[in-house]
Design a protein. Structure first.
Length: 146
């Protein structure tokens, strides 16, 4: 689960994609050489060939189904991860969301988002603390009578 803050400014998430053939330095090198260019080192090309152009993030809130599709997404390959930066307008405190990230209509990543202002992740968050009551009485040991 991804944890995001309920803000409208940009936030970055790092994910492990479903597939890793987004770019190939060898294909880029071959194209440069076939056009009569000179390829000295592909390491300087990483930022150029690893960026995403047609990425979108679809977010749907659990419960009421409020959703949005974000097309202004920045994606950059970072070793085995991809850092996606985007801004959402529907994130609310304490809500959970379903998220799908696609690039050229190919599914890149799917997960759940939890939106909270909590920044101390060592404190366990209890969603229904005030709404749950422990059953009391004669039968409270989770036994079933058949």
């Amino acid at each position: 689960m991804i944890i995001l803050q309920p803000i409208t400014s940009e936030q970055t998430i790092s994910v492990t994609p479903r597939y890793t053939d987004y770019f190939s330095e060898d294909n880029y090198k071959d194209r440069v050489l076939s056009d009569g260019g000179i390829s000295e080192a592909t390491s300087c090309l990483i930022d150029v060939v690893s960026s995403f152009n047609n990425t979108s993030v679809s977010i749907r809130r659990d419960g009421d189904g409020k959703s949005e599709t974000i097309t202004d997404v920045k994606g950059l390959v970072n070793d085995n991860f991809i850092n996606f930066t985007f801004a959402s307008t529907i994130l609310e405190e304490g809500s959970t969301y379903y998220v799908e990230i696609t690039d050229n209509s190919n599914l890149v990543y799917r997960d759940k988002i939890y939106s909270t202002t909590q920044t101390n992740y060592t404190v366990k968050h209890q969603i229904s603390k005030s709404r749950y009551t422990q059953p009391t009485g004669e039968v409270n040991d989770n036994t079933y009578i058949i």
